[in-house]
Design a protein around this ligand. Structure first.
Ligand code: NAP
Ligand code: GLV
Length: 308
């Protein structure tokens, strides 16, 4: 039994080194250099090439290198028998929460506006709202949404959370699926932390933007597929939205000719809100491999039908 890594753009050698330290006697290979595909029972994927797993007849588990799993679930060639796991890691949560907090402060303290003004040597003071006067609404109150909500609250923001099922979280005002309108009508900074599923693709569209108070801002740290880009651009044009801070895109890297690059009200980061940390996260990958060997239940298994 062996482990194979299928990792695009994310430092395969570093992952291999960390896993080798934890599983010193284990064969760990990096695709495409796989000696015997029939030996591979455990694969680790970050944006693998579609269809690649059909050569691995004895594959039992595909572990996502991230919290998101759509890059695996969208590959229809993967047999239904194969289990899919994902990363749930304290460091991933801390990094996401601090990224979103940073962006909420940048918005509320007018930092993006001042950076634009600096380009024109423009000295123009604006008033600002304190965190206590600002309502941040989070779409998706899972592992990352909850950690983000808590950090925002600790820093004074008023926090609202929306998810499929109702949550009870101290100091956070929570809404379930049917209460979306109520949630949106109060949200001044909207943060997207939903997974991609059949129900969420394109969910952030004109209907959502139009229900926010005029001049709200939007932070997408989930996935580009959740957002209708044309509706987002229109909401910015109409000043329904003030800022869009986008970390994720339908196509990554974002194509050079995409309108987002030049838009004065769009801030772009290169899918870097929270990068899975090999030092902390390789422990659960190794643990799951040992569990597979010992035929024990795996950690962080994804419900493939539900999509997250
Ligand atoms: P998670 O724990 O699975 O949480 C998902 C949340 O979304 C849950 O609260 C779930 O509701 C809610 N949800 C799902 N479908 C819904 C629907 N149709 N309507 C309303 N709510 C719905 O996921 P996570 O670990 O927090 O990660 C969220 C996403 O963040 C990942 O899928 C990934 O794409 C993205 N991400 C991005 C970065 C980055 O660097 N930009 C890093 C890590 C992750 P219930 O609680 O009711 O089930
Ligand atoms: C990153 O985008 C992740 O899903 O962990």
């Amino acid at each position: 039994m062996s482990i194979a890594l299928f990792i695009q753009h994310r430092f395969s050698e570093r992952w291999k080194d960390h896993l080798t330290t934890l599983l010193p006697d284990q064969k760990i290979e990096i695709y495409p250099e796989i000696e015997n595909p029939d030996m591979v029972e455990y694969a680790i994927s970050w944006k693998h090439e579609m269809g690649v797993f059909s050569q691995f007849k004895n594959l039992k588990v595909i572990a996502s290198l991230g919290a998101g799993v759509h890059h695996i679930l969208k590959d229809e060639s993967i047999s239904k028998e194969i289990k899919v796991t994902r990363i749930v890691d304290d460091q991933l949560q801390k990094d996401m929460a601090s990224f979103v907090l940073t962006q909420c402060l940048n918005v509320s303290r007018n930092i993006f506006q001042y950076l634009r003004q600096q380009e024109n040597k423009e000295w123009k003071l604006s008033t600002y709202k304190t965190p206590e006067e600002t309502k941040v609404g989070i779409l998706g109150m899972g592992v990352l949404g909850k950690a983000t909500a808590q950090l925002l609250h600790q820093n004074g923001f008023q926090v609202l959370g929306w998810s499929r099922s109702k949550k009870e979280i101290d100091h956070i005002t929570t809404y379930e699926a049917s209460e979306l309108n109520q949630f949106l009508s109060q949200t001044e900074i909207l943060v997207c932390l939903l997974p991609i599923t059949k129900a969420t693709i394109g969910i952030v569209n004109h209907e959502i933007f139009n229900q926010l108070p005029k001049g709200s801002s939007f932070i997408n740290v989930a996935r580009g597929e959740l957002v209708e880009d044309a509706d987002l651009l229109q909401a910015l044009e109409k000043k329904q939205l003030n800022w869009a801070i986008l970390d994720v895109f339908k196509e990554e890297p974002l194509p050079e000719d995409h309108l987002f690059w030049e838009h004065p009200k769009v801030v772009i980061t290169p899918h870097s809100a929270s990068l899975t940390n090999p030092k902390t996260a390789s422990k659960q990958l190794a643990e799951n491999y040992l569990r597979l060997e010992e035929k024990k239940d795996l950690l962080n298994v994804v419900d493939r039908e539900r999509g997250y």
